[in-house]
Design a protein around this ligand. Structure first.
Ligand SMILES: NC(=O)C1=CN([C@@H]2O[C@H](COP(=O)(O)OP(=O)(O)OC[C@H]3O[C@@H](n4cnc5c(N)ncnc54)[C@H](OP(=O)(O)O)[C@@H]3O)[C@@H](O)[C@H]2O)C=CC1
Ligand SMILES: CC(=O)N[C@@H](CCC(=O)OP(=O)(O)O)C(=O)O
Length: 348
């Protein structure tokens, strides 16, 4: 049955992705925010936690156990990994769920355990989960109660690579992804590595050869390549609050050059509202997508023959998290996909 308006609960509304959902949903004509949760900050008003949202009439933060789920149609789950699966495992079947954590993204429980350091405890729910890269899993998203919203680095990497692998335009054995993220990607809970003193005026790689988005990217690309894909993926932390920039090095398939690769991407995304392929040789910057649900993709020939450089930019909190989560909620509920997502980027 199609809903006129979705009654929404946000679990983890006092974090960065929760705040971003609130900002975007304020303009969603078919969303009604009914419940907001926090753990340590339960009992506070949203204005106390986020002064920038103080004039927006919203319910106060409560604990998850205090939410009446019988009056909720959609749960956005913005909780840490591991905590998420314990909560979703015990949810009554009824509300649709868009989970922003990584708990339901990897289908292979052994792979999950290897990269997350603990066993998966909600395998029954996981069997129902659909990976939420909206542009490429739409039909499955429409049918499921549980969407596993992709990670931020993974969204920026998968969107340019899927059409190229599907059309055999690149060598599937030689993909290198060099990605940079703003610090909000690490969440609001202060950690030493996220301190201004440790992040400002510098850039550093982390999770080299071990980051958990490596297997997530490989699982997704394998879905579309028709064969197993491995990638070299290296994330970096840069001193900006938001944004992901992924620079992707590919080897052209025989009979393809950078211009033909560009044409494939432009064709693949011609009808997509949120993926924009720039003119050949134009390249995106994070400031071109800041605050919006856009993924901007640029294609440039390499100086080295037979290779192409692709650059993809998203806002980690929007297309990389809350924006794509709303896009998925729209797909799941039969709403127009752009509702709540028409904000233009904030520039400069
Ligand atoms: N930040 C980003 O760019 C992206 C984040 N994600 C994922 O989305 C999820 C949320 O991320 P983000 O908003 O950045 O995280 P934050 O750390 O900013 O917020 C976490 C939220 O979860 C609540 N919480 C923490 N522990 C518990 C618990 N044990 N029980 C109930 N609630 C709890 C917190 O409440 P309180 O404030 O009271 O502690 C807070 O509301 C994470 O899984 C993250 O990996 C995915 C893509 C991008
Ligand atoms: C800068 C930073 O720390 N980024 C996070 C990824 C953010 C993201 O996409 O979240 P998931 O944890 O839900 O996969 C990291 O590298 O762990």
């Amino acid at each position: 049955m199609l809903l006129e308006r979705a009654r929404i609960a946000i679990f983890g509304a006092s974090g960065y992705t929760g705040a971003e959902l609130l900002r975007l949903l304020a303009d969603h004509p078919r969303a009604e925010i009914r419940a907001l949760t926090a753990e340590r900050q339960a009992g506070k008003s949203i204005g106390e936690v986020f002064p920038h949202l103080a004039t927006y009439a919203l319910p106060d933060l409560v604990k998850i156990a205090d939410v009446d789920l019988s009056a909720i149609d959609v749960v956005f789950c913005c909780l840490p990994h591991a905590t998420t699966q314990e909560i979703i495992k015990d949810l009554p079947r009824g509300p649709k769920v868009v989970d922003l954590s990584a708990d339901f993204r990897l289908r292979d429980p052994a792979l999950y355990e290897r990269y997350y350091g603990h066993a998966h405890h909600a395998l029954e729910a996981q069997a129902d989960a659909v990976y939420g890269l909206s542009e490429h899993y739409r039909q499955a998203i429409e049918q499921t109660w549980l969407v596993a919203n992709p990670g931020c680095y993974t969204t920026a990497s998968e969107l340019p690579l899927i059409p190229l692998l599907k059309s055999n335009a690149i060598n599937p054995d030689a993909i290198i992804i060099d990605a940079k993220s703003g610090v909000s990607g690490a969440g609001r809970d202060a950690k030493v590595g996220s301190l201004f003193t440790e992040v400002s005026e510098g850039i550093h790689p982390y999770g080299v050869a071990t980051h958990r988005h490596g297997p997530e990217i490989e699982q997704c690309l394998t879905d579309f390549a028709g064969r197993s894909i491995e990638v070299i993926f290296t994330p970096h932390l840069v001193p900006m609050s938001r944004g992901i920039l992924a620079t992707i090095y590919v080897r052209n398939a025989p009979n393809f050059d950078a211009e033909a690769i560009h044409a494939r991407l432009a064709e693949a995304y011609a009808d997509e509202a949120f993926v924009n392929v720039m003119p050949f040789k134009s390249l995106p910057a994070t400031r071109h997508v800041r605050g919006s649900n856009l993924c901007l993709i640029g294609v440039h020939p390499s100086r080295v023959a037979g290779q192409t450089i692709i650059v993809s930019a998203i806002d980690n909190l929007v297309k990389g998290a809350a924006g794509q989560a709303i896009q998925n909620m729209n797909i799941q509920n039969g709403f127009a996909e752009h509702l709540g997502l028409t904000q233009q980027p904030l520039f400069p």
